[in-house]
Design a protein around this ligand. Structure first.
Ligand SMILES: NC(=O)c1ccc[n+]([C@@H]2O[C@H](COP(=O)([O-])OP(=O)(O)OC[C@H]3O[C@@H](n4cnc5c(N)ncnc54)[C@H](O)[C@@H]3O)[C@@H](O)[C@H]2O)c1
Length: 359
């Protein structure tokens, strides 16, 4: 993409971590870049405009559940591209906040879509940041028979006995083309509701639709005040305070850590190549890292004590999660470029610098 090749782009949650990174890459290419964001205090340390939001972006401070905000946003120039990022995001917290997660993630999406319908707006492309949480435990293969199955949720009793894996079975990479959707968290369930509603709304109107199912995104600029952004900020801040990182289960659960620059580029590629109808693609680094490996790396970079494997666990946590990047390569021409080892080391140094700067 070159010059002002994008028209009016509306980004909900556009002042958040991914929204700001995306603005740095794409806002200069848009006629108008409008970030609609409530500046949720759980995410934003101050109610000020984030410094990372590109200067070309217009920030509309408002809640996506407020229809009057949408009337204000669409009354002027109808959006051509809509990127839906606003969401309640914590997996663990969501189990005890069903109404809130459902309200923001599902009802908020419905109010946005109705606002477009009422104003007779047909964007040329609708995109959503979906998540690997829609897969829950994903697919596993029985070692004796090769049979592939979707195990569902690990029970509290199973975890209390320290039975972390599904016996006799090996986990598989997720791929939207063949992994069943079976969320084990309210977050995952409401994100799938978001994705499904947007897909149905767009499909019924012939609007191209893209869902990028993101793995664990990390990088500079991630909120350090929000304790629910994932394990990396918690690990890095604990190590920076000189505490041993508490690693749950046996430390061998795995995750796919994808760098923010790769994620922003995936959105840029998706915006630049709208599908004919609909496209759902996984975005990750494509290689699993065990949580213990990551904790050791962070402790090493930050100079903290070695992590401690505690055997504690959280109900609803999945055991292994990583994705295949083949489909993204085929449909978007996108491949991850930042290996988790170098990306996380750089990220841990940034957290340490931020902690030192705060004193
Ligand atoms: N970061 C990840 O690891 C990850 C992984 C998978 C999917 N995602 C998805 O990507 C999207 C963006 O995530 P992020 O990491 O940038 O999170 P973030 O919390 O940094 O950004 C979300 C933004 O949405 C805003 N927001 C929340 N509720 C709102 C509401 N009701 N009205 C208007 N704005 C509201 C917040 O103020 C925040 O600025 C989310 O939809 C999330 O589900 C993120």
């Amino acid at each position: 993409m070159t010059g002002k090749s994008l028209g009016t782009v509306v980004v909900t949650g556009g002042a958040g971590f991914i929204g700001c990174a995306l603005s740095q890459m794409l806002a200069p290419l848009a006629e108008r870049w409008i970030a609609v964001d409530s500046l949720n205090p759980r995410v934003h340390a101050s109610p000020e405009r984030p410094a990372q939001l590109h200067e070309a972006a217009t920030l509309v401070v408002g809640d996506i559940r407020d229809a009057s905000v949408w009337r204000r946003v669409v009354s002027d120039v109808p959006p051509e591209v809509v990127i839906h990022l606003a969401a309640e995001t914590d997996t663990g917290l969501s189990l005890n906040a069903v109404t809130r997660f459902s309200d923001v993630n599902a009802t908020g999406t419905a109010i946005m879509l109705d606002a477009f319908g009422e104003a007779d707006i047909l964007p040329s492309h609708l995109l959503v940041a979906s998540t690997r949480a829609v897969y829950g435990e994903g697919q596993w293969r029985e070692q004796s028979t090769g049979h592939v199955f979707t195990p569902g949720q690990r029970t509290h009793g199973q975890l209390a006995r320290g039975q972390w894996d599904f016996p006799g079975a090996t986990p598989m990479a997720s791929a939207s083309s063949d992994t069943a959707v079976r969320p084990t968290s309210i977050y995952g369930a409401t994100k799938f509701a978001q994705e499904s509603m947007m897909s149905a709304w767009a499909g019924g109107r012939g609007v191209p639709f893209t869902a990028l199912r993101l793995q664990n995104v990390y990088g500079r600029g991630q909120s350090l005040i929000n304790p629910y952004t994932g394990i990396l900020p918690l690990f890095a801040q604990a190590a920076a305070r000189g505490q041993a990182i508490d690693v749950y289960e046996d430390g061998l659960m795995s995750r796919d850590f994808v760098h923010i620059d790769d994620v922003a580029r995936a959105f840029a590629d998706a915006v630049g190549h709208p599908p004919d109808v609909s496209r759902v693609t996984d975005i990750g680094c494509g290689r699993p890292a065990t949580v213990l490996e990551v904790a050791r790396l962070v402790a090493d970079v930050v100079g903290g004590p070695m992590p401690r494997v505690s055997g504690r666990f959280r109900d609803g946590d999945v055991r292994h999660a990583w994705c295949s990047t083949d489909q993204a390569a085929d449909t978007l021409g996108w491949r991850p470029e930042v290996p988790w080892e170098t990306g996380i080391a750089e990220y841990a140094r940034w957290v340490l610098e931020s902690a030192e700067a705060r004193g």
